[in-house]
Design a protein around this ligand. Structure first.
Ligand code: SF4
Length: 386
């Protein structure tokens, strides 16, 4: 157990109205009738974690899914109350809830706010009706606008919106129009994701059998580059590879993940990490309910990270941040020289992609475009060698 300066709490709500074509999150359609039972188990799981984390100071809560807005404000309030009773949450600075456009009324949004949520993250994905339909989303572009305005009227002054690019059939012109439409709304935070094929999703199967063709790599890159340049010009700092924020509005909760900080997780498929050990709950709602109702732990497995694995993770996630990471404080080298002794030759080889400035390692503009392959080059093997 560690005494962390700050930690986050993730709560997973595994229900959705319908399943999107590209989604590999753990979420189930047609199970809304079980929400009441699920909330009771979630509250039990949270209350039983009271002894797990003495000394942790929680400053963020993130309620994700799935579709958290399928819970009523009262149900969400019960979850928040359990979190407060168990962990205090006196230092809570950010409480995010994911929501789908068109699914929550203004009264509902106000209720979530009263329950303690102070940041909403909307999954807009696109403003094009055909692309939304292709993705299997059940909302319309109008729902994006309406939900955003309702959230503002409900008192949310911190709103994040997700958009997808690299969608089959999406032109660069359409992508530019989507970004412009979103910027005109003025959210505090924008996440842009390239559509990827996750194994086992309908999309990946359709692509594998040739029914759908993904866009060319150059299109993907052109869309990414445009988003980065355009959003920077509109006052959104790309503080992480796919995340852009107005000043002071970076997602604090996700920063815990990117800095390999500690966090707790509740609900099926949720993970937790204490700085050394990562564990995860069963990825099965029925099994989760059975275990919690039967007084058993829902934890399905755990792994203790070796020092090398931990270091590789710190690098992989830390380099996603514009500010990069400290090779002394975060990576644990006793001096910059000690770090250079291990990584110096590789850094020279990657000089146009990675830069070491004083004790901070970060990606260059070019490196950002090749982030995955560059960080892979910097991974140590189990012997601690490059
Ligand atoms: S709404 Fe989100 S979690 Fe639910 S199926 Fe669609 S992408 Fe997945």
């Amino acid at each position: 157990m560690i005494t962390a300066p700050a930690a986050g709490i993730y709560v997973h709500i595994p229900f959705c109205r319908s399943k999107c074509r590209y989604c590999d999150f753990y979420s189930l359609p047609d199970r809304e009738h079980q929400i009441g039972r699920f909330v009771a188990s979630l509250v039990t799981e949270i209350r039983e974690a009271v002894d797990e984390v003495k000394g942790w100071k929680f400053d963020t809560v993130y309620i994700g899914g799935g579709t958290p807005n399928l819970l009523t404000p009262e149900q969400l309030g019960a979850v928040m109350q359990a979190l407060k009773d168990t962990f205090g949450l006196e230092g809570l600075e950010e409480c995010t809830m994911e929501a789908n456009p068109g699914e929550a009324s203004e009264a509902q949004l106000r209720g979530y706010r009263e329950a303690g949520v102070n940041r909403i993250s909307f999954g807009f994905q696109s403003f094009d009706p055909k692309l939304l339909q292709f993705l299997g989303r059940i909302h319309t572009p109008e729902d994006n606008f309406t939900s955003f305005e309702m959230a503002r009227r409900a008192g949310f002054d911190n709103i994040s919106c997700d958009l997808l690019f690299n969608i089959p059939g999406q032109s660069l012109k359409r992508w530019k129009a989507d970004l412009a439409a979103l910027v005109a709304l003025g959210p505090e935070h924008i996440s842009t994701y390239s559509l990827t094929m996750e194994q086992g999703t309908p999309l990946s199967e359709e692509v594998a059998r040739g029914a759908i063709r993904m866009p060319e790599e150059e299109t993907d890159l052109a869309m990414y580059t445009w988003a980065r340049e355009y959003l920077a010009g509109q006052g959104y700092d790309m503080y992480e590879i796919g995340n852009h924020a107005r000043e002071g509005r970076a997602c604090r909760h996700n920063l815990h993940y990117w800095r390999i900080g500690p966090y707790l997780g509740f609900g099926p498929a949720a993970h937790r990490f204490d700085g050394e050990v990562r564990s995860w709950n069963v990825r099965d709602l029925d099994e989760y309910l059975k275990r919690v109702e039967g007084g058993e732990s829902p934890v399905a497995g755990e792994e203790r990270l070796t020092p090398v694995q931990l270091q590789n993770e710190k690098l992989a996630f830390g380099l996603r941040l514009r500010e990069g990471l400290s090779v002394t404080e975060e990576m644990g080298y006793e001096s910059v020289e000690a770090f250079v002794e291990v990584y110096g030759a590789k850094l020279e080889q990657l000089h146009d992609s990675v830069v070491l400035n004083a004790d901070r390692l970060s990606l260059t503009e070019k490196g950002v475009l090749l982030a995955d392959s560059v960080t892979a080059e910097l991974f140590l093997d189990e012997e601690g060698e490059l």
